[in-house]
Ligand binder design. Structure first.
Ligand code: NAD
Length: 295
């Protein structure tokens, strides 16, 4: 059993912390939201009155926050790096820009603490079921120390490289997802115009070279994949605003590194238009409405 501090008990952090409790760890949690803290306390998490309070006796501190700014604020201003005992391992699972991730590693190092960037894939469903994929960046020995803790929340734990490599993998993966979803949506919109039954397109493409996760796990039209958000009025799932955030991070990483990502840029633009039309809270597969010209 390990003592773990958990900061950020939102849609993802709440169920992740609950899985740590289920695995027999002791968890001290903090969130700015009082109602989330109360919900966490009902699950056996010690509700703390500040981020620094979660560090008491903790061997691991996990953060699951909205952006790099939030993470650096917590690292710089909440006093957790000063409060953490020597040897504490800082794990950040938020999806953030690579520069902030590297800055967070540097701050932890300055404070004499080990650190790992460990963003996740799998959404709220994966967080609840404990089947997340963790993509991590940091030293090998740090990765090995974190592995048993991450295994309580995920099914696949991958070391991608040194500091920031986990965030790099996350941004690249989600750029594929954002682009591929638009590709799949375009095919269904064209099929509609051609009078082709969507189920027929699904049956062909899901067993042909058009096969991809956006089609077979998350089909953007109702019918072929009953669990996909298209069957539930495009309730997320994975929201447009989160996809837009990840594509924006990918674009800024592409600009900084000099990578050419024209389809990533176009996908970012389309999700931006869709969000601006009032659909930021919809599931990202709802972008099919924009492509049909219906927003
Ligand atoms: P969320 O907004 O539900 O949760 C973030 C929580 O952080 C909130 O409850 C907020 O109150 C808390 N918070 C903010 N500042 C804080 C502070 N200073 N101290 C303590 N708590 C603070 O977001 P989420 O959906 O749980 O996502 C968290 C991260 O995971 C994001 O970076 C997101 O991009 C990433 N992510 C989300 C999903 C998803 O499907 N929701 C999937 C993969 C990755």
């Amino acid at each position: 059993m390990a003592h773990i501090g958990f900061i950020g008990l939102g849609h993802m952090g709440g169920p992740m912390a609950a899985n740590l409790i289920r695995a027999g760890h002791s968890v001290a949690g903090y969130d700015l939201s009082e109602s989330l803290l109360q919900a966490a306390a009902k699950l056996g998490i010690r509700a703390c009155s500040s981020a620094a309070d979660t560090t008491k006796g903790a061997e691991f501190i996990i953060t699951m926050l909205p952006t790099g700014k939030h993470l650096l604020n917590v690292y710089r201003e909440a006093g957790i790096l000063e409060a953490a005992a020597p040897g504490t391992l800082m794990i950040d699972s938020s999806t953030i820009d690579i520069e902030s991730a590297r800055n967070a590693h540097a701050l932890a190092k300055e404070a004499g603490l080990a650190s790992l960037d460990a963003p996740v894939s799998g959404g709220v469903g994966g967080a609840t079921a404990g089947t997340l994929t963790f993509m991590t960046g940091g030293a090998i020995e740090t990765f090995e120390r974190a592995q048993p803790i991450l295994e309580a929340m995920g099914k696949r734990i991958i070391r991608c490289g040194d500091a920031g490599a986990g965030q790099a993998a996350k941004l690249c993966n989600n750029m594929i997802l954002g682009i591929s979803m638009i590709g799949v949506c375009e095919a269904f919109v064209l099929a509609e115009k051609l009078g082709l039954d969507p189920q027929a397109l699904y049956d062909v493409a899901s067993t042909s070279s058009g096969q991809c996760w956006s089609l077979t796990s998350y089909c953007p039209v109702p019918g072929p994949v009953p669990a996909s958000p298209a069957n539930h009025e495009y309730k997320p799932g994975f929201g447009v605003n989160l996809m837009l955030k990840d594509l924006t991070l990918a674009q800024s990483a592409a600009q900084q590194s000099g990578a050419s990502t024209p389809l990533g840029a176009q996908a970012q633009q389309l999700y931006h238009l869709f969000a601006a039309a009032g659909h930021g809270g919809d599931d990202f597969s709802g972008i099919i409405h924009l492509l049909r010209g219906l927003t």
